[in-house]
Design a binder for this molecule. Structure first.
Ligand SMILES: [Zn+2]
Ligand SMILES: [Zn+2]
Length: 64
C-alpha cells in the first residue's frame, strides 16, 4: 500500500520491508490518525521509510 502522507510505497523504516496489511482492520487503522499501526514483519511501530511519518505515537512513558 502507499503511505497516506507522502504517497510513496510504504516501507517499514525498522525492517525495510514493504508494509502489507494483514486484513481490512489493519488497512483501516493505517488511515486513522488516532490508531497505532505495527509492522506485521517486525512488530515495530510503523514508520514510513520515505518521509518518516509515524503511524501512531510511540508509548515510552518509562523512559526518562
Ligand atoms: Zn511516507
Ligand atoms: Zn518492520
Amino acid at each position: 500500500m502507499k503511505c497516506s502522507y507522502c504517497e510513496a510505497l510504504l516501507v517499514c523504516k525498522a525492517c525495510n520491508r514493504p508494509f502489507r496489511p494483514r486484513g481490512p482492520e489493519t488497512l483501516v487503522a493505517a488511515y486513522q490518525p488516532d490508531m497505532q499501526v505495527f509492522c506485521p514483519e517486525c512488530q515495530e511501530l510503523l514508520v514510513c521509510k520515505t518521509c518518516g511519518f509515524a503511524y501512531g505515537e510511540e508509548e515510552k512513558d518509562e523512559e526518562s
